[in-house]
Design a protein around this ligand. Structure first.
Ligand code: NI
Length: 390
């Protein structure tokens, strides 16, 4: 049985969740989303920090139990707010009103779980000392939205960063927690192969960049099996290969693109070096040339052991079931907040997965969050943040 106040809060969370689901906005275009979050928080009496952000915002709740300031007494919760360019295929009565845009990653759930936690903490100011910042972050799907937040001074006095994600592999009431690496570093590469174009019937007159590309792609897979420590999770995927215009002409160039996923810092360096070597030297062996463009993305997400322990304790106190969090070679730009190369210091972080009902995976057009997941998630996050400050 839920208390009357709880039922009211649940209704509020569901109604506004449906609004966000109906109005998805892509990365860095979250204008309406930001305005709505601002309105809801302001109406709830939650302070919003002045912050030079185009989209996204940062709210703050100060405890009044005593004085706890600086990094010791300031923590943050990251909630990402952007949607994906996906055509929704659910039968929900509140499905996306914009064809081709969808909250297919559950960030609408993140928004309302975050707002719910802020509202609950706002009512319990007298119970804790310190400050909680709620970061409603833009552009997570583009992998760099966290950097927009880090360009401001919002994180300067923060001593711990907390994050979470909707998890459609678990039922409502289940939370996945793990110490250590839980998501991969996400790097991207493009390889351009230059050969010599010629007639398809006279390959001896040219240098075939498609044959070179095939050899490069095959050889790239040897990095995981022959260069990376066998105990380190890692993969490389070539996801785009383009060359040629017709059936009887060998083109002069080919281009391929792909992604590298790693969990260990040194493996990123290894991959960049080996990809360049394999591309350049394989091409040279065939009389072609290759150029590699390496674009680093967010590093791996690492869960601090003490924080992960607290996540488990609070989950049990909240009557939730804890399971080992699935590690994934997917990525999340949450890692930038805790990355010493980005923020210039070690910032402990923890990122948990909150069950939203078993269904289609995130990014699938029929991905769906069970609305009954929102209130318990808000309550859990509020309890977790409060405990983290005690
Ligand atoms: Ni997501």
């Amino acid at each position: 049985m839920k208390a009357a106040g709880e039922e009211q809060l649940e209704q509020y969370l569901k109604e506004n969740f449906e609004w966000f689901h109906r109005h998805p906005e892509l990365s860095y275009e979250e204008w309406g989303t930001t305005a709505k979050i601002r309105t809801l928080l302001t109406e709830a009496g939650i302070e919003i920090l002045p912050c030079p952000l185009d989209t996204g915002l940062v709210a703050v709740v100060h405890g009044s139990k005593g004085i706890q300031s600086g990094r010791e007494g300031t923590i943050a919760l990251r909630c990402d707010i952007d949607a994906l360019p996906v055509v929704e295929e659910t039968a929900l009565p509140y499905r996306s009103e914009t064809v081709g845009k969808m909250h297919a990653c559950g960030h609408d759930f993140h928004i309302m779980a975050g707002i719910g936690a802020a509202v609950l903490l706002g009512k319990r100011r007298g119970m804790f000392a310190g400050t909680v910042k709620f970061i409603f972050q833009p552009g997570e799907e583009e992998s760099h939205g966290a950097l927009k937040i880090l360009e401001t001074d919002v994180m300067d006095d923060v001593g711990q960063i907390w994050g979470f994600h909707a998890d459609p592999t678990n039922e409502v009431g289940v939370v996945g927690i793990r110490e250590g690496y839980v998501a991969a570093a996400v790097d991207r590469f493009v390889i351009r192969v230059r050969g010599v174009g010629c007639h398809g019937a006279h390959p001896d007159d040219g240098v075939d960049p498609i044959l070179v590309s095939a050899a490069v792609i095959q050889a790239l897979q040897s990095i995981v099996s022959r260069n990376v420590n066998a105990f380190h999770p890692a993969l490389v995927s070539v996801t785009r290969l383009q060359a040629g215009t017709t059936w009887n002409v060998i083109p002069p160039e080919a281009e391929m693109e792909g992604t590298v996923r790693t969990m260990n810092r040194e493996d990123r360096v290894l991959f960049e070096r080996r990809i360049r070597e394999i591309a350049e030297r394989t091409a040279a062996a065939y009389g072609a040339e290759a150029e590699t463009v390496w674009t680093p993305g967010p590093p791996a997400v690492y869960n601090d052991g003490r924080m992960a322990g607290l996540c488990g304790e609070v989950a049990e106190e909240c009557g939730m079931i804890t399971v080992p969090e699935e590690s994934s070679l997917g990525g999340d730009d949450f890692s930038y907040y805790e990355d010493r190369d980005t923020v210039g210091r070690e910032l402990p972080g923890c990122y948990v997965k909150i069950g939203v009902g078993v269904g289609k995976q995130i990014h699938h057009p029929a991905f769906c969050v069970e609305e009954s997941a929102i209130l318990p998630a808000a309550q859990y996050l509020a309890a977790l943040l409060e405990r983290a400050l005690l």
